[in-house]
Write a protein that binds this ligand. Sequence first.
Ligand code: B3K
Ligand code: ZN
Length: 878
Amino acid sequence: MTHHRQAIHRLDYAPPAFLVDRVDLTFDLGETFTRVTSRLVVERNKQSSDTTAPLTLDGEELELESIKLDGAPLPRDRYQITDSALIIPDIEDEAILEIVTRINPAANTCLMGLYQSGGNLFTQCEAEGFRRITYYIDRPDVMARFTTTIIADKTKYPVLLSNGNRISEGTMDRNRHWVKWVDPFRKPSYLFALVAGKLVSLCGQHTTGRGKTVNIEIFVEAGNLDKCHHALAAAQKAMRWDEERFGLEYDLDTYMIVATSDFNMGAMENKGLNIFNTKFVLAKPDTATDADFEGIDAVVAHEYFHNWTGNRVTCRDWFQLSLKEGLTVYRDQEFSSDIGSRAVQRIQNVRTLREMQFAEDAGPQAHPVRPDTYIEINNFYTMTVYEKGAEVVRMIATLLGREGFRKGMELYFNRHDGKAVTCDDFVAAMADANGIDLEQFKRWYSQAGTPKLNIDGAYDEQAKTFTLTVRQSCPATPGQENKQPLHIPLAVGLIDRRGQDLPLQLAGECAPTGTTRVLELRRPVETFTFTQVPCLPVPSLLRDFSAPVRLDYAWSDEDLVFLMAHDSDAFARWEAANAYATRLLIGQYHVAAEGATVAAPVDFLEALRSLLVQEDLDPALVALMLELPSERMLLEEIPDVDPARLHQVCLAIKQQIARELRPEILRTYLALNNGEPYRYTSTDVARRSLKNVCLAYLAELDEAMVSEALLNQYSRADNMTDRLAALKALANRNGEEQLADFATRWKDDALVMDKWFALQAQSRRPGALSRVQKLMEHPAFSIRNPNKVRALIGTFCHQNLAHFHAEDGYGYAFAADRIIELDRLNPQIAARLAACFNRWKQVEPKRRAMMREELERIAGEENLSSDTYEIVTKALQA
Ligand code: B3K
Ligand code: ZN
């Protein structure tokens, strides 16, 4: 591994000195010794101002066997080799290179480049993994035509896959066979993929609107075929959706998905050959939860959608990552909204954004959606680039309307198909297609930090007007002291005392235009006066979360209860419940700090009770409204926070709700726990979600009836959603027997065992850390497997706040030890884990000092990877 630590700057971008027209690769595969022969047709780039630059090919951990230039061996004094490049100074404007290198997939623990997993071979190239396969100009603005010939042992590697179309195959001596793939589309090297191994496949089809038949093939290890049907259906749904919503069709004959259990992230959109973490492919009702099924729909759609937003039009440089990621997340969120419940989808997305992206934006790693500088690009596959990036695209869609947005997408593809472009190009297509000005809006790409809106509302009884005064501001972030005002769409409504939406008419307009209005903020302070307002209304602000901002409006508790019951915008109803609970929990945290007893007011409890007794509400929404804000989210709201106290307060309120609403919760639980067989339909998913929220509350009661209900649900469930919900509660009680039973039952299913590890890592019972340490010795655990690390160690460090932040500091020391250990094996996974120290300045001084010490200990390690180095040094500097 190279440990470059130099910052790269967006404004230093220069077009590549050379382009690659064709790449012909031949892989002679072996697990410890793979020979890669690469034939490159290169030419000097006329767009480059540097007309004498040497040809520089990136390469890492490669062993060069031979190199030929235009057919003749290249003498040793005609090229240089460093630990990150092969440099040929003296070269014609057009040249053909033949480079032979060897690599060792079995020794590859960072899972970038070509690596081994379960005896099979896989590649991961984004962002800069191709340079670990062969010497190449490994940057996204070099787009070439690829062919790939794979030679391998027939018995060990019967299936040989790469991008594009399989055009020929044959057998060879020594039990070997070969397959040749041709990708008709130009692509950057990060989209290259190769898979070889013993795999079986589930095949399906999709017929496009124009009548073309596309084959869909899902490859998995033997024994998993019965878990691929949901993923196949997801691919079919995604193909149909993209045609209907955006007119985008698949462009190859076959779309392949391959699943591996060793993968650094969720999945990868390689052209025609997507590689997935098994977590986002394999599912059946008895092994996967409803959330897993939803995750598969979303990730399959996301990777499939990348074929247009990412592959056909790609990024000019890695600073533009959100060009493909923000847009593709927006697309997958819209897909999920269309196949499920739009309101539920929106609430879940906003919850994630608040809990994780707002935290990132408020901490030492804060960066704009289009970053200006990075040390290690892998650290920039962030919540900001993905989720805030998607919010930025969503705001454009809100400003343009659905048709306007589609026109913008059409212009974007007309202009840029087959090219590597920038975020500015995307915004320009949107603006030009609609004849509007998005110059100020572009600051959303360049400015980090979560903006804040302070809103006042004033009713003029005499004039019958209601005036909103909106002040926007944005806190300083590392490297960005002063912020400029943003162009922000603010969706609002006004609700009268009977709970009816008022028609909205702004001063100067002659007629009302609907009941939800998107106000456009541009200046630091804006006022909007609504006329013909008959009585004092309750304003509903930021409907559907129309912008990724924090909002401050002085709603009374009664207003919030009123909005929970009456807002016509489902998101806003949930938001009112969430705001009320947040306010209450923060208030009670301070009450606890003064030593007083924690309690929720009657009004709050009654508001929740009324959700449970109304029959006509969507159970999924009720479930979301009943769930208290996470400790992780609350931690962001309390400076100098004591996480242990926060945990106690949340627990006390949860227990109080359980006690006081016991009859309603129990009745709801029993009504929903009706023994009907499992079906994965949105109605049933919604009902299960409410049932299991009720179960979680009941589990707070120390009653024999509850223990019995938990044991019953655990043992009788015909699906993983219900079984796991019961086991989760049992893991907080004395559920040793059930935990052991679960492990015996599922010991051979890696994904189910991940759930088992995560449950225990989350458990709030005393001794959580020592149990986690003990579980690291369990035969199903491996520090080399990212899913296992995330399930056990990641869950403990990021989600079990009470134990991670234990007063003795052992949680911090444990995290630091693991980060150091992982850094030598897999820097990307180590750096992700290191983010658990990001908010050290938010916690109270004693813990803060201990966290800082651990950060310093990590930073002091010799040979730290650039990944971990960047995260810990930024955490310490900020
Ligand atoms: N594009 C990949 C992420 C690659 C991460 C590299 N460190 C998956 C996705 O966003 O679809
Ligand atoms: Zn993506």
